[in-house]
Design a protein around this ligand. Structure first.
Ligand code: G3P
Length: 218
């Protein structure tokens, strides 16, 4: 499973990219707002740090303008994936951008029927928001299972399931168990994936004992 980080914070991205485990980045208008920086500048900067797909979201709601925005965003770098909403205009734009060879991430997906349409529109990625479904008392991960089942019936679908709105490490683990292609994870959750109290305790004990030997490897 690929790991993307869900942030527009360049310092965080640089730090996580240094781990060598980052396959891409997703942003959205809210994350750009949080960064307090001009979107086009931030996207270009991120694209230079991470070679994998970097999602940059359109904000127009009408097809013609959305397509224009998408084309402009796609020109920023070769690894831009243009994000469009899962609306009729969004899917029309997806189809057009995909036919031009641009990667498209169809976002704000909340149902299996929507995911089916995104695949038919030639999306590179579809982003079901699991945390936001959990927030309203539904089961976000159940939706991932449904989408994976549907996509497996049609091997000619090339759309990758990008699990978004991830809230905790269990979302990541469940996504991997279901064979989801990508999880986009907030920086704090990505850091949590490294952590286990027994790892910390075990390492401390080994280093304490090693110090008692008086040896050094180098
Ligand atoms: O970027 C899309 C998605 O991951 C947003 O997540 O936490 O705002 O529901 P969240």
């Amino acid at each position: 499973m690929k790991f993307f980080v869900d942030t527009a914070d360049v310092a965080e991205i640089k730090d996580l990219a240094a781990s060598g485990l980052l396959d891409g980045v997703t942003t959205n208008p809210s994350l750009i707002m949080k960064s307090g920086r001009p979107m086009l500048e931030v996207i270009q900067e991120i694209c230079a740090i991470v070679p994998g797909p970097v999602s940059a979201e359109t904000v127009a709601t009408e097809h013609k303008k959305m397509l224009e925005e998408g084309r402009k965003l796609a020109k920023l770098a070769r690894n831009v994936a243009v994000k469009v909403p899962l609306t009729p205009d969004g899917l029309k734009t997806c189809k057009a951008l995909a036919s031009e060879g641009t990667m498209v991430n169809v976002t704000l997906c909340f149902s299996a029927a929507q995911a089916l349409l995104a695949a038919k529109a030639g999306a590179t990625f579809v982003s079901p928001f699991v945390g936001r479904l959990d927030d309203i008392g539904q089961d976000g991960m159940h939706l991932i299972g449904e989408i994976m089942t549907i996509y497996r019936q049609y091997p000619h679908f090339k759309t990758e399931v990008l699990v978004a709105s991830v809230r905790h490490t269990q979302h990541v683990v469940q996504a991997a168990k279901m064979g989801a292609h990508v999880a986009t994870v907030p920086p704090n959750v990505l850091r949590q994936c490294f952590k286990h109290v027994l790892t910390d305790n075990g390492l401390k004990a080994f280093l304490d004992d090693w110090a008692k030997t008086g040896q050094s490897i180098l």
